[in-house]
Design a protein around this ligand. Structure first.
Ligand SMILES: [Fe+2]
Length: 230
């Protein structure tokens, strides 16, 4: 039987999503969303501390070290090289360590390595487009990638998604997952994007990364900062 010393693990409390900064589940202008948005009231997950402790224990055995989306084995993708870095904290500002962050994105020409991606753009054999890492002891994370391209989609006439990177952030108990998208400052496509516009106006700046080359030690990468609050 697995026995756990309670003091070794931080027990998170599951937060039913009630943040005013979140988009509503149903947002009419985002067409494919209207079919899959829940029509019924959400069900609260039971607060099961034992399961969380077990998952925390299992989680500690994971080895996650793939924050290079494309630069393995000297294979260099096409595109502007970027660093994405940031800090993960809880709502009180306490840094969270060992938080799993996954990202996925299109390549420089706006193409995903996915057979369902019908965009007539080039696949880059040197770019995979997926990475996963964990926050360190002070809640910091970092990815090295390339600037994703914009791509067209069928939401409305002449619709193009702005450059973006998808983020999934799991907290230690796996019961809370934040899925969001990171955008780039100054992108002229943002104003017409219904996914971006589904976020309440006063909170949209939170999903735009900050250009941060002042602290950058790697001269040939553009650096963007994207902090996350769970
Ligand atoms: Fe996307």
């Amino acid at each position: 039987m697995l026995s756990l010393k309670l003091s070794n693990y931080k027990i998170f409390t599951f937060m039913a999503q009630n943040y005013t900064s979140n988009p509503s589940h149903y947002f009419k202008a985002y067409k494919s969303n209207t079919d899959r948005a829940p029509k019924k009231k959400l069900i609260k997950i039971k607060n099961d501390i034992n399961k969380r402790q077990l998952l925390s224990k299992l989680y500690k055995n994971f080895t996650i070290n793939n924050n290079l989306l494309c630069f393995n084995k000297n294979k260099k993708p096409v595109g502007q090289k970027i660093v994405i870095k940031g800090n993960v904290t809880d709502t009180s500002g306490v840094p969270l360590k060992n938080i799993i962050i996954e990202i996925w994105q299109a390549n420089a020409s706006g193409k995903y390595r996915d057979k369902n991606d019908k965009h007539d753009a080039t696949i880059d054999p040197n770019f995979y487009g997926y990475g996963v890492t964990k926050t360190n002891n002070i809640g910091n994370y970092k990815f090295i990638s390339i600037l994703p391209g914009a791509y067209p989609w069928n939401n409305h006439k002449n619709a193009w998604r702005p450059r973006h990177i998808h983020f999934s952030i799991l907290d230690l108990n796996f019961f809370s997952r934040l899925c969001t998208q990171m955008y780039f400052p100054g992108d002229f496509l943002l104003n017409d994007d219904p996914i971006y516009n589904s976020i309440p106006k006063e909170h949209r700046n939170k999903v735009i990364a900050k250009y941060d080359n002042k602290k950058n030690k790697i001269s040939n990468y553009l650096t963007f900062n994207f902090d996350i609050i769970l």
